[in-house]
Design a protein around this ligand. Sequence first.
Ligand code: HAM
Length: 428
Amino acid sequence: MAIQNVKGTHDVLHDESKIYQKVESLAASIAETFAFKEVRVPVLEYSDLFVRGVGESSDIVRKEMYTFLDNGGRSNTLRPEFTAGIMRLLVQNKLLLTNELPVKSYYVGPVFRYERPQLGRYRQFNQFGVESVGHDSPYNDVEVITMAYVILQSLGLEDVTIKINTLGDEESRNNYREALKAFFAKHIGNMCSDCKERLVLNPLRILDCKVPGDQEIVKDAPKMSKYINEKSRDRFNKVLSALEELGIKYEIDDTLVRGLDYYSDTVFEFHYTSKAGKNYGAIGAGGHYDKLVKELGGPDLPGVGFSFGVERLVAVLKDDGLASLEDDEIDFYVMTLGEETRSYATKAALLLRVSGYSVDMCMDDVKLANMFKRAEKKRAKFALIIGEEEMNKREVVLKNLSSKEQLTIPFDELIEKVDTLFLNNEEE
Ligand code: HAM
């Protein structure tokens, strides 16, 4: 039996890969305009990084990590997200010991979570994201939210809903946690076993419980907004008014707590329902964090960032017809008449390729008419026809596949002639 891919993973075939490239390169170029620079972190990290970074009470650490012992007996984990790894990179390479804060990084690549696969949810998926680290201004939050918004707009995703909330600073969160503990202590006997653990580790996590009976209890739980202190409230208001000033619409959602433990103050999610009504969950999310760098052994500095789920972006673009799956054009299709002409033809193809033209070549002994059909399918602009006669005279036949004009060119003049043809074509 043929071997199948691992459950929850997926292949990206040639045409779809173009959409991934488009999304990732557009996001990267927009991040560059916001003065973010790319970093690359390993897929593999020591497990402690995520246990300490993402947090012991998060579902990611409790249930979803791909963790194994290496041959030296150390626990390794395939990254379930980027943010903790980026903090490790910044601390380990001493990049935060500078006056020029924040340090602004972007990243793209695969992450791994052992989740239950379903629409838009994979066990290996890709994230594109940014982290702006080292400076506490609320306008850094505004900058990253704006960047995410600009990326989504540039992709054509105009009807994005931005859900936003504040979790408050440490003091606010501690007060809220105490209130939740007191409330849930009265109900915990009737709640799921996960919630019993959550009550001890982090009662905020109970608010995310999906068990229907527990959700009923959560409805009556104290509201976070009542516990946000003045400092955090002011900070949040600054973020909101700056977004308004920029014309970026948002919805305040005071049930938004996010599933990772490192957040404080601003948190947000981007939602998009495709025209067909398909809902893939959040297409991106992020927030501000104030203790993560310190937790990982670095200076006491805050940060803010977001990550998009690239698969989810690609899915909504495809659903809404915003990503064409049509094959790209190629410039030349090389038609060879017989095996003995192929070495010569390969030389002609290489010459064109190193001059920047895209070239494919027929390697089969099929009839010329068949080759023209193939050229049409590949959307080639020109055919380069090479038979024994052309090879012996060191020539090639060039045929414009739309005008059907054809001419014979000496091999040594190929590039010069082709350059002129393409230049004229562009001017027309
Ligand atoms: P997250 O909400 O866990 O946040 O993931 C970010 C995005 O990744 C989600 O909004 C979603 O689009 C995508 N995603 C998550 N799980 C899956 C899955 N199983 N399959 C497909 N896509 C998925 C983080 O990872 C944070 N590190 C974001 C952040 C950056 N916060 C601050 N900086």
